[in-house]
Design a protein around this ligand. Structure first.
Ligand code: ZN
Length: 149
Protein backbone atom coordinates (compact mmCIF):
# COMPACT_ATOMS: atom_id res chain seq x y z
CA UNK A 1 0.00 0.00 0.00
CA UNK A 2 2.72 2.45 0.74
CA UNK A 3 5.86 2.74 -1.24
CA UNK A 4 9.17 3.90 0.09
CA UNK A 5 9.65 7.36 -1.33
CA UNK A 6 12.80 9.33 -1.63
CA UNK A 7 11.77 12.27 0.51
CA UNK A 8 14.73 14.34 -0.60
CA UNK A 9 12.60 15.04 -3.66
CA UNK A 10 9.72 17.17 -2.65
CA UNK A 11 10.06 18.18 0.95
CA UNK A 12 13.63 19.44 0.95
CA UNK A 13 13.86 21.34 -2.31
CA UNK A 14 11.36 24.08 -3.09
CA UNK A 15 11.05 25.89 -6.38
CA UNK A 16 10.21 29.55 -5.81
CA UNK A 17 11.10 30.83 -9.26
CA UNK A 18 9.26 30.56 -12.54
CA UNK A 19 12.54 30.94 -14.43
CA UNK A 20 13.06 28.25 -17.10
CA UNK A 21 16.45 27.40 -15.59
CA UNK A 22 15.17 26.96 -12.04
CA UNK A 23 14.21 23.26 -12.47
CA UNK A 24 17.77 22.52 -13.66
CA UNK A 25 19.20 24.19 -10.59
CA UNK A 26 16.71 22.33 -8.35
CA UNK A 27 17.75 19.04 -9.99
CA UNK A 28 21.40 19.88 -9.29
CA UNK A 29 20.49 20.54 -5.66
CA UNK A 30 18.71 17.17 -5.40
CA UNK A 31 21.61 15.32 -7.00
CA UNK A 32 24.06 16.97 -4.62
CA UNK A 33 21.89 16.29 -1.57
CA UNK A 34 21.83 12.59 -2.45
CA UNK A 35 25.59 12.51 -1.88
CA UNK A 36 25.49 14.47 1.38
CA UNK A 37 22.77 12.16 2.73
CA UNK A 38 24.63 9.14 1.34
CA UNK A 39 27.57 9.89 3.61
CA UNK A 40 26.54 7.93 6.70
CA UNK A 41 29.80 8.75 8.47
CA UNK A 42 29.04 12.47 8.47
CA UNK A 43 25.29 12.09 8.88
CA UNK A 44 23.32 15.31 8.61
CA UNK A 45 19.71 15.80 9.66
CA UNK A 46 16.97 16.33 7.09
CA UNK A 47 15.71 19.35 8.97
CA UNK A 48 16.30 22.05 6.41
CA UNK A 49 14.83 23.34 3.18
CA UNK A 50 16.68 24.41 0.07
CA UNK A 51 14.88 26.93 -2.11
CA UNK A 52 15.63 28.05 -5.66
CA UNK A 53 14.64 31.69 -6.09
CA UNK A 54 15.06 34.61 -8.45
CA UNK A 55 18.18 36.65 -7.89
CA UNK A 56 18.56 40.43 -7.98
CA UNK A 57 19.57 40.26 -11.62
CA UNK A 58 17.78 38.28 -14.33
CA UNK A 59 20.82 36.12 -15.11
CA UNK A 60 21.17 34.96 -11.52
CA UNK A 61 19.23 32.35 -9.59
CA UNK A 62 19.67 32.03 -5.86
CA UNK A 63 19.94 28.80 -3.89
CA UNK A 64 19.15 29.29 -0.20
CA UNK A 65 19.54 26.74 2.58
CA UNK A 66 17.24 27.49 5.51
CA UNK A 67 17.46 25.69 8.83
CA UNK A 68 15.84 27.26 11.86
CA UNK A 69 17.16 30.82 11.89
CA UNK A 70 20.11 29.94 9.70
CA UNK A 71 20.19 30.99 6.05
CA UNK A 72 23.10 30.36 3.68
CA UNK A 73 22.78 31.26 0.05
CA UNK A 74 24.65 31.53 -3.18
CA UNK A 75 23.99 32.68 -6.70
CA UNK A 76 24.06 30.40 -9.72
CA UNK A 77 25.04 31.92 -13.04
CA UNK A 78 25.14 30.20 -16.38
CA UNK A 79 22.52 27.73 -15.19
CA UNK A 80 22.11 26.25 -18.68
CA UNK A 81 25.34 24.31 -18.64
CA UNK A 82 24.54 20.96 -16.98
CA UNK A 83 27.97 19.86 -15.81
CA UNK A 84 29.18 23.27 -14.69
CA UNK A 85 25.89 24.01 -12.98
CA UNK A 86 25.90 20.74 -11.06
CA UNK A 87 29.54 21.23 -10.07
CA UNK A 88 28.91 24.81 -8.91
CA UNK A 89 25.80 23.85 -6.94
CA UNK A 90 27.50 20.85 -5.29
CA UNK A 91 30.53 22.94 -4.38
CA UNK A 92 28.59 25.83 -2.87
CA UNK A 93 26.05 23.59 -1.16
CA UNK A 94 28.94 21.67 0.38
CA UNK A 95 30.19 24.97 1.82
CA UNK A 96 26.77 25.82 3.24
CA UNK A 97 26.28 22.36 4.77
CA UNK A 98 29.80 22.36 6.22
CA UNK A 99 29.17 25.74 7.78
CA UNK A 100 25.79 24.82 9.24
CA UNK A 101 26.43 21.22 10.32
CA UNK A 102 30.16 21.51 11.03
CA UNK A 103 30.92 18.29 9.18
CA UNK A 104 33.21 17.35 6.33
CA UNK A 105 30.89 15.78 3.77
CA UNK A 106 30.91 13.89 1.53
CA UNK A 107 33.93 12.41 3.26
CA UNK A 108 36.87 11.10 1.27
CA UNK A 109 36.90 7.35 2.03
CA UNK A 110 39.75 6.55 4.40
CA UNK A 111 40.84 10.19 4.64
CA UNK A 112 39.84 12.86 7.16
CA UNK A 113 38.98 15.51 4.56
CA UNK A 114 35.89 16.02 2.43
CA UNK A 115 35.91 15.47 -1.33
CA UNK A 116 36.50 18.35 -3.74
CA UNK A 117 34.49 19.22 -6.83
CA UNK A 118 36.05 19.28 -10.29
CA UNK A 119 34.70 19.01 -13.81
CA UNK A 120 36.75 16.45 -15.75
CA UNK A 121 35.94 15.68 -19.39
CA UNK A 122 32.59 17.44 -18.94
CA UNK A 123 31.72 15.17 -15.98
CA UNK A 124 31.10 16.83 -12.61
CA UNK A 125 33.13 14.79 -10.14
CA UNK A 126 33.93 14.41 -6.46
CA UNK A 127 37.66 13.88 -6.06
CA UNK A 128 40.14 13.30 -3.26
CA UNK A 129 41.79 16.72 -2.92
CA UNK A 130 45.19 15.13 -2.26
CA UNK A 131 45.28 12.33 -4.80
CA UNK A 132 42.86 11.95 -7.72
CA UNK A 133 43.74 8.28 -7.94
CA UNK A 134 42.64 7.64 -4.35
CA UNK A 135 38.96 8.38 -4.89
CA UNK A 136 36.80 9.82 -7.66
CA UNK A 137 33.11 9.47 -8.44
CA UNK A 138 30.50 11.36 -10.40
CA UNK A 139 28.46 13.80 -8.38
CA UNK A 140 25.24 12.03 -7.45
CA UNK A 141 26.93 8.61 -7.29
CA UNK A 142 28.75 8.81 -3.99
CA UNK A 143 28.15 5.80 -1.84
CA UNK A 144 29.32 5.06 1.62
CA UNK A 145 32.51 3.03 1.35
CA UNK A 146 32.81 -0.18 3.37
CA UNK A 147 33.93 0.50 6.94
CA UNK A 148 37.65 0.40 7.54
CA UNK A 149 38.84 -2.82 9.21
ZN1 ZN B 1 41.35 11.99 0.21
Amino acid sequence: MSRVEDNTRDTLVELRSADDRAPHVAAAVRTSLRDFFGDAESAIARDFVVTVEDGDRPETLMVLLRRGGFVAGFGVFDADNGAETLAAVADRLQDAITEEFRVATPRCPGHPHPLSVRVIDAEPMWLCPKDNNHFACRIGEYEKPPPAP
